[in-house]
Design a binder for this molecule. Sequence first.
Ligand code: ADP
Ligand code: MG
Length: 356
Amino acid sequence: MANVRIEQLSKFYGTLLAVDDISLDIKEGEFFSFLAPSGYGKSTTLRMIAGFEETEIGDIEVGGENVSALPPEARDIGFVFQNYAIFPHMNVYDNIAFGLRLRKVDEAEIDKRVRAALEQVGMTGYENRFQREMSGGQQQRVALARVLVTEPRILLLDEPLSALDKNLREEMKFWIKNLQVSLGITTIYVTHDQGEALTMSDRIAVMHAGKISQVGSPREIYEQPQNRFVTEFIGESNVLPCTVQEFDGRTATVDVGGVTLRSSVAHDVTKGEAGVMALRPEGVFVDTQETGEDWNSLKLPIKSITFQGAMVRFEFDLGGQSMVAEVPNHVHTPKAVVSDELFVSWKVEAGRVLTD
Ligand code: ADP
Ligand code: MG
């Protein structure tokens, strides 16, 4: 087990800056995720940590040791790829034993460790199976066992669930998380799927075009996004262009399409500044009555009502823009139809003004 320090790491491919000045401290035993849309430098960063990609600018330390110039096999790091990468011509046992045989570990020790790894991933009894005789989830477990058997200091996972279907992905994300907790191994996970990152991680780095946009716990990233990119990328938000009218050091008064509203802020703002007010649909309440003091409350016409199963989605018209509210379907909602007017209310602190 080890911590990981990344210092001022950059990577050029020709003139393309794929990773742009990343610095991070990943703690021992932490489950840390890089989350971003595809093409934003996640895999490049992970491959540099593993040593598959050369580090030319910046430094990478694992357990206090600068590994920047070391070849992958000298770094003591486990790497699990997107497409399992287990050998199709070897059975499960030989797949898992492969890395140890390469290291000339003696066969009695190999047998002990392969059986322990199989048990760790819940695949005891599958020793003689081949890739084609296993489901995607089972193959992924073997791929993990193959890496864990070498007892790496850190575990790197690059979109390990993306080849699986949705139900299996759901199941495997809890399974991987539980395994990581029980092993206590420092894990760096790359994904474009916010659901995976939010569910599994202790902390997340949201990346934007090679840069780190924000680092925080899943709750911080979701509830306190620091900029528009994170706000729009994580979860759903109403993002309404606004102009700051007043700021008292805590709460801003803003103009949204001619309507005056109060809101919390991500950073200090100044009068006259333009930005957006972001608001989660689940933070918006719908009723026939106005609400109290620390709330914004507006009477707005309904543009659409959509039943979504657990939630009912209302779309309102706010000065020509859409304002979406999502209400749990078991909550009493007024029997309204499209073009009726209802009160749309949210707590002042549920809104968030962002100017960058
Ligand atoms: P992600 O994993 O977030 O999808 P990558 O790290 O794979 O992103 O890629 C980041 C950027 O670097 C992309 O624009 C990609 O096209 C480019 N890139 C990745 N690998 C190479 C390479 N070996 N040669 C040239 N460009 C690359
Ligand atoms: Mg990638």
